[in-house]
Design a protein around this ligand. Structure first.
Ligand code: GLN
Length: 304
């Protein structure tokens, strides 16, 4: 079977599996989605692409955007980024506060909320118009001007984001947030609200499978060493306290979001996006994880 046939086969199999996941209700507007949605799209570095199911329906990419904000901060600051955020798996849920106290306000990694809020602070300091400039960056790496924030999702999260407000203020008390916390959080909630479909998501992330270069116009987004490091962080930290499980079962660097999306990267080969809104207990898409596990097992296209 070629990889398209394997995707079709695994898609239909996983579609019929009973989904034991639940919609996230803590961001009210995220629960406002049809739970039957299930889409997959793969983009390869040699530009063979294939999608199935709801792969053209937009969804909220949420924490997947943390990889893009890190990429831009890394492009702008280089290795200085790691003075403000660590590179160790946290082994804690995405919104945990506990390690910040012993770690003096340095978040364990850039993919837990604490780390992504510090990266947001860096971008608020470094960009002239953070909201506009970040969107310009994302559009350029996807070669697509049809990408946008969702004001509906951002507003919904701003209303209930008390945990993130606490995280940001707590980190500020250690001196690791330089700007006004409300400005940093405004930017953080906006970036989490970006909407993409699976096709756009896999196209946006293809540069991480292509040594940091845009596949379409060959521009350099990150150096190959920086790209290696971001992929390493996705492998070790991309799924919070389920990162080990994802590496064990899927064997690819990846990143999830509470909107039910997952992106996974096979360096030098492909980027694959999966979307199914119901989440397991760790906040990662139930069917998304199942699909990717069976896909890399059947196709033998994992990094291990
Ligand atoms: N915007 C979400 C939050 O901060 C992102 C979490 C996620 O996708 N895991 O809670």
């Amino acid at each position: 079977m070629n990889f398209k046939e394997i995707i079709e086969h695994v898609y239909h199999k996983v579609k019929n599996v009973e989904d034991t996941g639940k919609l996230p209700t803590y961001i009210p507007q995220l629960a406002n989605v049809d739970t039957e949605n299930f889409g997959v799209y793969i983009s390869t570095t040699d530009q063979v692409n294939f999608g199935i199911g709801n792969c053209y329906d937009k969804f909220s990419i949420q924490s997947i955007a943390k990889v893009l904000s890190l990429s831009l901060a890394y492009q702008l600051l280089g290795e200085k980024v790691w003075e403000r955020v660590g590179v160790e798996p946290s082994g804690t849920p995405f919104n945990s506060l506990v390690q910040l106290e012993t770690d003096n306000g340095i978040p364990r990694n850039p993919f837990i909320n604490a780390g992504a809020i510090v990266i947001s602070d860096i971008l608020v300091s470094s960009l002239k118009n953070p909201k506009e400039d970040f969107l310009t960056f994302v559009r350029s790496i996807c070669n697509n001007s049809d990408l946008n924030y969702s004001s509906r999702i951002a507003a919904s999260e701003k209303e209930i984001g008390f945990r993130n407000v606490a995280l940001c203020n707590f980190i500020k008390s250690f001196g690791n947030i330089k700007n006004d916390p409300s400005e940093v959080l405004e930017f953080y909630f906006d970036l989490c609200s970006i909407e993409m479909n699976c096709k756009e998501l896999s196209e946006t992330f293809l540069f991480l499978a292509n040594n940091g270069q845009n596949v379409i116009d060959n521009t350099t987004i990150l150096s190959s060493s920086q790209t290696k490091r971001i992929n390493a962080l996705m492998l070790t930290c991309g799924f919070y306290d389920e990162s080990g499980d994802f590496a064990f079962k899927v064997g690819l660097p990846g990143k999830s979001g509470v909107g039910g999306g997952i992106i996974a990267i096979h360096p030098n080969h492909y980027a694959i996006a999966v979307w199914s809104p119901k989440l397991n207990q760790k906040g990662n898409s139930y069917k998304g994880m199942r699909f990717l596990e069976e896909f890399t097992t059947k196709s033998e296209l994992s990094i291990f």
